[in-house]
Design a protein around this ligand. Structure first.
Ligand SMILES: *Cc1c(COP(=O)(O)O)cnc(C)c1O
Length: 374
């Protein structure tokens, strides 16, 4: 019996789609521009270790994570490739980051001192990437402090300045003027480093949107997340059609029942059957990542037809209209992905929930098993 026949809800991850996406993204880069595969947040819900291995096997040189623990998870899986911790980390996490041989986004001198002390104590030289704040105003060193900070870093023998980077606030917006302004500010920080006689091997700025946009923002390396998983950050971006979505979220019809006219469904009775209605119970709920905002408005696929969600999404179940799709017990239910010619994309689900596909994918519950197809 395949696992799908006994699981109530599962996420199918097509590793051949990830491989295809990595290869087609890599083909956009002019050698020797490198590709960093962003696998933070459990690879956007797809499973960090499996995605990391697939990305590395298909041309990615680097991995990116947000937290130290995400980096150590990859090391524990015997992944030896360079890993950059992108997020800000506490000086108290320096020992673990050094021990795991992670490259670290350098966001403050306090962190630099902690990393330097830990690296010396462990007899390791830790690579750091200086993060420049060019307009996101979350974290990073201001442009006019870049050169001075880099000089301070260079005076710490246990740290090696391996990279310098920034992050775009709106590369997915059609209006590119702020992205261009951020790129200009980044260039001026790079020029200041150069004037100070500091050479940095890896300069990087581009996320998925800026990578797809074209070579203007590629520098020495691009950091690709969403596009790796087969989703374009914006429909207007070029090459979106080359990407293949890798994840499907699936469940099964547990029961089909006939509701009499006037029956109300679920918590709060927010749906009332107007006439006799066949309703199917599906074993997936908001604890699995089905947003409660889909109550009475989202749809699922059953027998290649769309079925509306009736009433509120519960923690472990939803009820869907079984009339149009003629659902039967045991039928496969697709919440994200394809069924025959029918398809529900993560973007469509995000629209129902008034959010973005990133939040839909990363919100898939930890209890949902990931089943890999390769
Ligand atoms: C998450 C992240 C990325 C990837 O962004 P996508 O839009 O998913 O490609 C790139 N860089 C940094 C610093 C990030 O935190």
């Amino acid at each position: 019996m395949s696992p799908e026949t006994v699981l109530s809800a599962w996420a199918e991850v097509d590793l051949t789609a990830i491989a295809h996406n990595v290869r087609s993204l890599k083909a956009l880069l002019k050698p020797p521009v490198q590709l960093l595969a962003v696998v933070k947040a459990n690879a956007y819900g797809h499973g960090a270790v499996a995605v990391a291995r697939t990305a590395l096997q298909n041309g990615a040189e680097w991995l990116g994570v947000a937290r130290v623990a995400e980096g150590t998870e990859l090391r524990e899986a015997q992944i030896g490739a360079p890993i950059l911790v992108l997020g800000p980390m506490a000086p108290a996490e320096a020992a673990e980051a050094v021990r795991a041989r992670l490259s670290v986004a350098l966001t403050s001198l306090a962190l630099a001192r902690a990393l330097s002390a830990q690296s010396e104590a462990q007899g390791i030289v830790t690579p750091v990437h200086l993060k420049i704040d060019t307009g996101m105003s979350r974290f990073g060193v201001p442009v006019d402090e870049a050169a001075a900070t880099a000089r301070t870093l260079q005076a710490m023998p246990a740290l090696r300045l391996e990279g310098v980077f920034t992050h775009f606030a709106g590369a997915d917006e059609r209006e590119q003027s702020f992205t261009r302004e951020q790129a200009r500010r980044f260039q001026s920080a790079l020029a200041a480093l150069e004037q100070a006689g500091i050479t940095v091997p890896l300069r990087h700025a581009a996320n998925s949107a800026a990578t797809l946009f074209g070579p203007d923002f590629h520098f020495d390396m691009v950091r690709v997340g969403l596009a790796l998983y087969g989703i374009s950050p914006a429909s207007w971006l070029p090459r979106a059609e080359q990407l293949r979505p890798a994840l499907s979220l699936k469940s099964r019809v547990a029961f089909v029942r006939r509701l009499p006219a006037g029956a109300s469904v679920g918590y709060g009775g927010s749906y009332t059957a107007q006439s006799t209605t066949r309703a199917a119970l599906v074993s997936i709920g908001y604890a699995d990542g089905v947003r409660r905002a889909l109550s009475n408005c989202g749809e699922v696929l059953i027998r290649e037809k769309r079925a509306r969600i009736l009433g509120r999404v519960s923690m472990d179940q939803i009820v869907v209209d079984a009339d149009v799709c003629a659902a039967h017990e045991g039928d496969e239910v697709v919440l994200i992905g394809k069924q025959g010619d029918a398809e529900i994309s993560a973007d469509e689900v995000a629209g129902w929930a008034q959010t973005i596909s990133y939040e839909i994918l990363t919100g898939i519950g930890a209890r949902v098993p990931r089943v890999y197809k390769s």
